[in-house]
Design a binder for this molecule. Structure first.
Ligand code: FAD
Ligand code: NAP
Length: 471
């Protein structure tokens, strides 16, 4: 079996299938030289406890029948990382099954004026990748010195991660695995006021209680009062999760505004319409249209624009409105159906990939034997690691059931997997990173972290990663 992607979805699928069908051989392909996907490049550095799942992944990495093939992307989607590429068609020729678990490598755009022209507007994905050492964004150098107000568009947990990074005491971050370059930039930051802006209301936010509580407790950081007209009158009668969230928003921060060095707010019912710039091409402000909720306290309420404009000064702006998966090159040829709107591989709900229609007269998508998907590329870009694990297990169960019931799998030339593909890849002078190479990179990063009092100091370029593997 081949797995494309080494994030939680890939590892949990491998773990489950290998536990239940012990003879399974798994080759896991990863576009980057290092494993773990968003656990390494997404999860905030001050949340080390979340990364504990890596222990289980390390265990899988050591299984005898498991081969990690890093710095190799499938179908070219990861080509910009500078690694090697294997076309999907070649892979399909040498495996019984392929699991697509390659996550969401792009982000959603607002599509409003100023977004792509002005300097100082970042996707949360870029900013998060930058402070977490993702090679693609090592040179992002976000400018936090242009003024004091930052605007974050979107009210999910990623938006709160970005807000926390901007507001947190740099000395707290210093002990985490945030990159030294990010620390230096944050140290120079002039940002004092962060707006986390949603197009809907408090009852419709996407973030969760633990993450908002953390912000409320930050030392020296105050929270501006929420618009009470949007909070239900009888909070105590709400179900547990919204009840706790509303109580937290009403209670506010530990630090009061008059004693705070920095502050933040949750600004509701504002839908972005335009970014305005200064003569030097840098962002100056963000314009929003005030919205009105169809049903204030209904978590799924829609909004309509009121026509009223609100402008918030912005020396920097982040759009944090979600990640996006894209189809891999080669999907069309393989007949794999990708839902561009939802950004997911069409599948039967348990991860069996669906293909193009049988013929023009039928609406039904055909199942493609031996092809599966898991994680964000199966379900869309939402869900924490625990839900991604559940999702990967459901895909694994489908594979296991298909195997034991004799369902058809891929019918290529051979089932010899990496053995058959390896020569072609290495002929192209690619430096493939295997598990023991990754262990060397891991050790080198930990050693670099020691004198800094950090768990690790990440390498932020592919060249450095490969050099550490060869050392
Ligand atoms: P990913 O983790 O994205 O893994 C996909 C992998 O596939 C990547 O390594 C990628 O490089 C690789 N890949 C991509 N294209 C190719 C290709 N063509 N060939 C080979 N490999 C490829 N959840 C929590 O529980 N707690 C948190 O604190 C938390 N924080 C988060 C913070 C951020 C900023 C984000 C975005 C998410 C966070 N999550 C958190 C959610 C969690 O990270 C996801 O649920 C989970 O990582 C999704 O797993 P995945 O395997 O589907 O995708
Ligand atoms: P998300 O939870 O889907 O939140 C996206 C936010 O963007 C929502 O508030 C959404 O508002 C808003 N939005 C979308 N399109 C918009 C538009 N065009 N204009 C204005 N606002 C728009 O996504 P996320 O924050 O990227 O998080 C992804 C997943 O990772 C989530 O499941 C999250 O819980 C998880 N995660 C977890 C942690 C943690 O556990 N600590 C940390 C980070 C991420 P609407 O609701 O109105 O669409």
């Amino acid at each position: 079996m081949a797995i494309v992607g080494s994030g939680p979805a890939g590892f949990y699928t491998a773990y489950r299938v290998m536990s239940k069908v012990p003879s399974t051989k798994v080759d896991m392909f990863e576009a980057l030289p290092v494993p773990y996907g968003l656990v390494r490049f997404g999860v905030a550095p001050d949340h080390p406890e979340v990364k504990k799942c890596q222990k289980k992944f390390e265990e899988v990495g050591m299984y005898l029948n498991f081969t990690f093939i890093g710095n190799v992307s499938i179908g070219n989607a990861g080509g910009h990382f500078g690694g090697c590429t294997i076309p999907l068609a070649s892979m399909m020729n040498h495996y019984d099954a392929i699991v697509f678990a390659y996550g969401a490598s792009e982000d959603k755009q607002l599509g409003i004026p100023g977004e792509s022209e002005l300097q100082g507007i970042y996707a949360a994905r870029e900013f998060v990748g930058w402070y977490n050492g993702l090679p693609e964004y090592a040179d992002l150098a976000p400018d936090l010195t242009q003024g004091e107000e930052a605007v974050i568009i979107g009210q999910g947990n990623v938006a709160l991660d970005v807000a926390r990074m901007l507001l947190e005491d740099v000395d707290v971050l210093r002990k985490t695995d945030i990159t030294e370059a990010a620390l230096e930039t944050l140290l120079k930051s002039r940002i004092k006021r962060v707006h986390v802006v949603g197009r809907r209301g408090p009852m419709q936010v996407a973030f969760t209680i633990k993450e908002v509580r953390e912000l409320m407790k930050l030392r020296g950081v105050a929270f501006h009062d929420v618009d009470m007209s949007l909070i239900p009158n009888q909070i105590s009668k709400l179900p547990r999760a919204p009840k706790r969230l509303m109580e937290m928003m009403v209670k506010g921060s530990v630090t009061q505004l008059d004693e705070a060095a920095k502050s933040w707010s949750l600004d509701f019912c504002l839908s972005p319409t335009e970014f305005l710039g200064r003569p030097d091409g840098k962002i100056r402000s963000t314009v929003f249209e005030r919205t009105s909720l169809a049903s204030r306290y209904d978590p799924s309420s829609s909004v309509v624009g009121t026509g009223k404009k609100v402008t918030i000064p912005s020396s920097i702006a982040f759009r944090s409105i979600g990640y996006k998966s894209v189809a891999l090159p080669g999907f069309d040829e393989a007949g794999i159906s990708f839902d561009e709107r939802k950004g997911v591989i069409n599948n039967d709900g348990t991860g069996r990939v669906l293909g193009v229609r049988d013929n023009e007269n039928t609406e039904r998508l055909r199942r493609l034997p031996g092809l599966y998907c898991a994680g964000w590329v199966k379900r869309g870009p939402t869900g924490v690691i625990a839900s991604t694990m559940e999702d990967a297990f459901s895909t694994a169960n489908a594979i296991i059931s298909d195997w034991y019931t004799g369902a058809p799998f891929l019918q290529g030339e051979s089932s010899s997997g990496w053995e058959a593909l390896r020569a072609g890849v290495e002929h192209g002078k690619c430096r493939v990173i295997q598990w023991d190479d990754w262990q060397k990179i891991d050790r080198a990063e930990r050693e670099r972290g020691l004198p800094l009092g950090k768990q690790r100091e990440k390498f932020t370029s592919i060249t450095e990663m490969i050099a550490a593997a060869e050392n």
